[in-house]
Design a protein around this ligand. Structure first.
Ligand code: SAH
Length: 258
């Protein structure tokens, strides 16, 4: 069996309990060496064979998985954050299916959750934004035309940009072209949850100079939107004394949606 496991954003204790158990039981681990904290590998059995996929092609990864499966061994494929985001897991799964090798997934804490935690941020503040756009600038991987940052920017929803820390001047241009004001609050979060974590609050207009001043070109998320400054949001209906919820009768007797 192949277990696709989310390693979490970096901190050793931000892997799930299930993920940790799978790591402890694994006979073979293939980890994404560029971003997975190697400290997590201390959890593995002495006899566990460990591969760093940063040096491997998809074909080589599959070869290791196939060989392990033939020997009846358990493999953990350890991906950074949550494997469902920019994880390149589907292509592995499809090839495993072709070979009749069983697999399953264990989710992880994505870096976008760790970045919010680093800033004590709520992405969805009533009155400011109720949506989060998770996207990236186009790099070597193309982004469909209809999903360009400028197109999403039109919504002025909270935006979290992965894989874009090396493209801050281009990102700023796209955000401005899409309609964000230069003084829209933004933040760069570098290595969220790692010991070297750093948060740089700024604005859309100062994103590029902030990144340059701190030498940020990778392993960072860019967060854009009014929620970063959290001014003038509305309090939640759920905890409003006036409102009745499924669990609590409000001063105002009528049942209301929140
Ligand atoms: N599946 C991962 C994302 C992989 S793509 C997840 O759920 O987090 C790799 C990109 O994720 C990096 O370029 C960076 O933008 C972001 N990233 C990953 N870990 C990070 C961290 N600890 N802090 C900030 N950004 C991170």
């Amino acid at each position: 069996m192949i277990h696709f496991v989310g390693a979490g954003p970096g901190a050793e204790d931000l892997i799930t309990v299930r993920g940790q158990r799978l790591l402890r039981q694994a006979d073979v681990v293939i980890y994404a060496g560029s971003l997975v904290n190697p400290e997590l590998l201390k959890e593995t059995k002495k006899c566990c064979k460990i591969y760093n996929s940063a040096h491997m092609t998809l074909e080589e990864v599959l070869e290791v998985m196939e060989e392990a499966q033939e020997k009846g061994l358990d493999t953990v494929r350890l991906h950074t954050g949550d494997p469902s985001l920019y994880g390149a897991v589907r292509e592995q799964m499809d090839r495993l299916e072709e070979r009749g090798i069983p697999y399953e997934s264990c989710p992880g804490v994505s870096s976008f959750g760790a970045a919010a935690a680093a800033l004590n941020l709520e992405y969805t503040l009533p009155g400011l934004s109720q949506s989060v756009v998770i996207t990236r600038m186009e790099g070597r991987t193309p982004v469909p035309e209809r999903e360009q940052v400028a197109a999403f920017a039109v919504h002025q929803a909270t935006m979290v940009l992965f894989l874009s820390a090396g493209l801050l001047p281009e990102l700023t241009r796209e955000l401005l072209a899409g309609g964000y004001e230069p003084d829209t609050p933004a933040a760069i979060v570098y290595k969220a949850s790692w010991p070297e974590e750093a948060c740089y609050p700024c604005t859309v207009g100062t994103l590029a100079q902030t990144g340059e001043a701190h030498g940020i070109s990778k392993t960072a998320l860019i967060i854009v939107g009014e929620v970063v400054a959290h001014q003038n949001y509305q309090r939640s209906r759920l905890y409003d004394p006036e409102f009745t919820t499924g669990y609590r009768r409000g001063r105002n007797d009528e049942d209301q949606d929140h």
